[in-house]
Design a protein around this ligand. Structure first.
Ligand SMILES: [Zn+2]
Length: 391
């Protein structure tokens, strides 16, 4: 079912599609972050129950943006898509923009069909699809919308575009590279076999593949009659973009800053050599933008972007310190991952946990706090005192 729900800022209207996905709790262990609760303005549980209606457009751009919760078949439960009408005019002639349409599943299509009908938005009037990053839960339906719209441009960063080709282009080279990486970092053969199946399972959920147009950091996109600045915010994804609207001080944050959960920071072969270092830098940078409301890719919109960015940075500093302490004996990333996140992870969670462990180990190495040893094709890390490690 879908329903309109109010946000605490007068006039800001959200559109919620209740998720038919499993109501299970968050991903296990530190994956879900849990380092402090963000000052989310309204608990998400209340969203579904609220019935107060406000007409769109009453409070400028913020009042006309519609959030659609698209169900996901994993513990994140939903991804936030944002609809931004091109003008306040109602009716069938209204153009609109779409940010991060969601994963291609039958459940997601059913939600979209219902939402478009209820809002009287015509696919042929879709002006553009903007992607904060290329991960399947955001990118998956871009091609479906492009086809339905008759060719609306799909905007993605140049780095994201390259990753799309490596992930889902001919030969899907990134899957093999990821499996080799995990093997070097100590993942056993049974888990590797599960991982191969898991990585291949996403192909159907991102089809059809869209024709992509590059959106570069520093460029502006016109949405809702206003300019949105694309800001490079790498770390969660190579080439991740946040979109900033300065007059209304709105930030489409993608998965760069999330409330209540910490974005996954993964080392991916062939991307950023130190994703956690990039992430912590871009987290500090985003906190400088004056923002009254951050619109994240998961969970609920929230007001305090700098406060949440600082909490997430602290979470990673604490995790780095704990992992460094565990490396008194040399450990592979797979061993450290098991010690930190536990043995019982699903293959989906294991992929994130192991990639995130590797990202932290690489950061420790860059800080001179850990040293990599490679023997018989297996990589292990051990702690070293400041200044002792390789630079
Ligand atoms: Zn996401």
């Amino acid at each position: 079912m879908t329903e309109r729900v109010p946000y605490d800022r007068p006039g800001a209207l959200l559109f919620a599609a209740t998720s038919p996905a499993s109501p299970s709790s968050l991903a296990p262990g530190g994956l879900s972050g849990g380092s402090g609760q963000s000052p989310s303005a309204r608990p998400e549980e209340e969203n579904a129950a609220s019935a107060r209606l406000l007409p769109p457009g009453e409070a400028g751009l913020a009042g006309s943006i519609v959030r659609v919760r698209i169900p996901l078949p994993f513990p994140l439960r939903w991804v936030n898509s944002y609809l931004i009408p091109d003008s306040s005019e109602a009716g069938a002639d209204r153009g609109w923009s779409l940010v991060d349409p969601g994963l291609h599943t039958p459940e997601a299509i059913a939600v979209w069909e219902r939402v478009l009908a209820e809002l009287d938005l015509k696919p042929a009037k879709l002006s553009r699809i903007v992607l904060t990053h290329h991960h399947p839960d955001h990118y998956g339906l871009a091609g479906w919308f492009q086809q339905r719209s008759g060719g609306a441009p799909v905007l993605l960063s140049p780095e994201g575009r390259r990753q799309v080709e490596r992930l889902w282009g001919p030969g899907t080279p990134l899957a093999g590279e990821t499996l080799r990486l995990f093997e070097q970092h100590g993942l056993g053969s049974a888990r590797l076999a599960d991982m191969r199946t898991h990585l291949e399972s996403f192909l159907l959920q991102v089809n059809p593949q869209p024709e992509l147009t590059e959106l570069r950091a520093g460029e502006c996109v016109r949405m809702g009659g206003a300019d949105w600045l694309a800001i490079h915010t790498p770390g969660h994804a190579f080439g991740h973009l946040c979109l900033y609207q300065p007059e209304e001080r709105l930030m489409l944050a993608g998965d760069h800053v999330l409330p209540r959960i910490t974005p996954n920071i993964s080392f991916i072969p062939g991307e950023d050599g130190d994703p956690l270092g990039s992430y912590l830098r871009s987290l500090a940078e985003i906190a400088h933008y004056p923002v009254q409301l951050a619109l994240p890719g998961h969970r609920d919109p929230f007001p305090d972007l700098p406060g949440r960015a600082a909490e997430i940075a602290r979470h990673h500093e604490e995790r780095l310190a704990k992992m460094a302490a565990a490396l008194a004996v040399p450990l592979s990333a797979a061993e450290l991952c098991e010690a930190y996140f536990g043995k019982e992870l699903t293959v989906h969670s294991l992929r994130f946990a192991l990639s995130e462990t590797i990202a932290h180990l690489i950061r420790l190495e860059a800080l001179g706090l850990a040293e990599r040893e490679e023997r018989d094709g297996l990589i292990r890390y051990r702690a070293c005192r400041v200044g002792e490690g390789r630079k």
